[in-house]
Every structure is written in C-alpha cells, then in structure tokens.
Write a protein that binds this ligand. Structure first.
Ligand code: CTP
Ligand code: MG
Length: 237
C-alpha cells in the first residue's frame, strides 16, 4: 500500500451496508476553531479534512452518500459524495436537509460529522451489527476519564456516576423511519440520538474510538495528523 492510500478495507461486507445511506454534515462555520476557512476544509495529510470520511464512505456505500455543505460552498464539485445539498443554520437543520435527499427505500441512515475525518472500520461494523440486531439507533461512546459535574449559574447541582457516562461520537446509525419521525417537528439537539431518545427510541452504545476524535480546535487537528502519520508508517513497514 502506498503512503497516499488510506488503510481501509475496500468493501464493508455487512448485510446492513446496501440498504444504508450516509449523511455527512459539513455546513458548520467552525467558530471555535476560528480559522478563515472552515475546519472541515483545512488540510489533513494530502487532502482536506472532509475528504477522508467521504473516501471511506464512498468505498463502503458507493453513491449513497449525501454531503451537506454551507450555501457558499454548494457550487463546489465534491466527487466523493453521491450528491451535495445546502445545509441550515443548526446541525439538526443540516441533517434534515440531508435527510430530504435520502430515498424512502433506505432502511438505515448513518449521520456523520465531516469534522471527524478518520473512520474506524471496527466501529462501523459494531454499529451496523447493533442496528441489524434490532436497536432503533446505535452510537459510538467512549468512557469519560474526568469526573463530570452539572453546573448551573456557577454552582454544582449534580455529580452523575462517572461509570454510567460516555462521550458520544459519530457515525450514528438509525432506522430511517424513526430518524425521520424524530426530526419531523424540527427540533434541535447536538446529536441525532438525542432526538430519537426524546421520541422514545432505543439507542445501543458500541465502543467508540480515538480515531473518531472531532476537530474542534487546532490541538485536535494536530492530534489527528499524528494518528494519520502513525497509520501510514504502519502501512509501509
Ligand atoms: N454542522 C452543519 N451545519 C451547521 C452546524 C454544524 O452541518 N449549521 C456540522 C459541522 O460542519 C460539523 C458537525 O456539524 O461537521 C459538528 O459540528 P461542530 O463540530 O459543532 O462544527 P461547527 O458548528 O462548524 O463548529 P463550531 O460549533 O465551533 O462553530
Ligand atoms: Mg457547532
């Protein structure tokens, strides 16, 4: 394998792969990152941040990939995506814009943040296993290492049991009908699982991955550069 190829299997052999569609949300402005170009368009290795996940999904799901971008970038040609649509002013709105492009025949829908460039194939398989196993949705979660407090007006109101807490990542996969119903009233949340939970859906949690770290600040991008470099080093040795 050359240094430019990503170390991903060419095919994802899974019964849930062909009836699945993928929505990649990339319409954010990256205000916390603070660069002139939104973080998902910055370079990571030999391509842009968002190209990495598009490449993985294109390999595994073919043309069944909807990329959601900001209106300013909607004219861009994005060969990694099956189709490109304009997003909205919140993440949930952007997901709804993508969902509108998913055919009614789709059985499962994966939603992924373009700001998480590196997809772990093991997580993908676990997610699809869980959805085929009957869950309404499945999400990757990483145990938290710090103690988490709920704070209101500068004072602690609760210390949840850390053993029950996970930090949640994407991709998240859902039964398509349930995801559509959970989004039908136009609600907003920081992830899609929250909307499906509110709707009464049963969400399975599979082990997350350090590879799925989201680019929020420059430190995240530097971390992912190291992960990518380590992968390439492993591939050529
Ligand atoms: N996103 C989107 N549409 C929005 C807001 C966010 O498609 N209106 C996407 C982002 O592009 C990103 C993902 O949702 O891939 C996760 O959001 P986040 O990490 O919060 O990115 P931004 O909203 O762009 O960053 P910030 O919150 O720092 O402004
Ligand atoms: Mg945001």
């Amino acid at each position: 394998m050359s240094q430019n190829e990503s170390p991903l299997p060419d095919q994802l052999i899974h019964p849930a792969a062909s009836p699945s569609w993928v929505i990649v949300v990339a319409a954010g402005s990256g205000s916390r990152f603070g660069s002139e170009i939104p973080k998902q368009y910055l370079a990571l290795g030999d391509r842009r941040v968002l190209d990495h996940c598009l490449e993985s999904f294109r390999r595994w799901f073919g043309q069944q990939v909807v990329l959601v971008v900001h209106a300013d970038r909607c004219k861009d040609d994005e060969p990694g995506a099956g189709c490109v649509v304009t997003g909205g002013s919140t993440r949930s709105e952007s997901v709804r814009c993508g969902l509108a492009m998913v055919p009614v025949t789709a059985e499962f829908v994966l939603v992924h943040d373009a700001a998480r460039p590196l997809i772990d194939p093991k997580v993908m398989t676990d997610l699809l296993d869980a959805i085929v196993g009957g869950a309404d949705g499945a999400i990757p979660g990483v145990p938290v290492t710090d103690t988490i407090k709920r704070v209101v007006n500068g004072f602690v109101v609760e210390t949840p049991n850390r053993n029950e807490l996970v930090a949640v990542q994407t991709p998240q996969v859902f039964r398509a009908d349930i995801l559509r119903r959970a989004h039908a009233d136009g609600a907003d949340a920081t992830d899609d699982a929250a909307l499906v939970e509110q709707y009464g859906g049963r969400i399975a949690v599979v082990p997350g991955s350090l590879m799925l770290r989201k680019v929020t600040t420059l430190a995240d991008l530097e971390y992912l550069k190291d992960v990518l470099a380590a992968q390439e080093w492993v591939d050529v040795t």
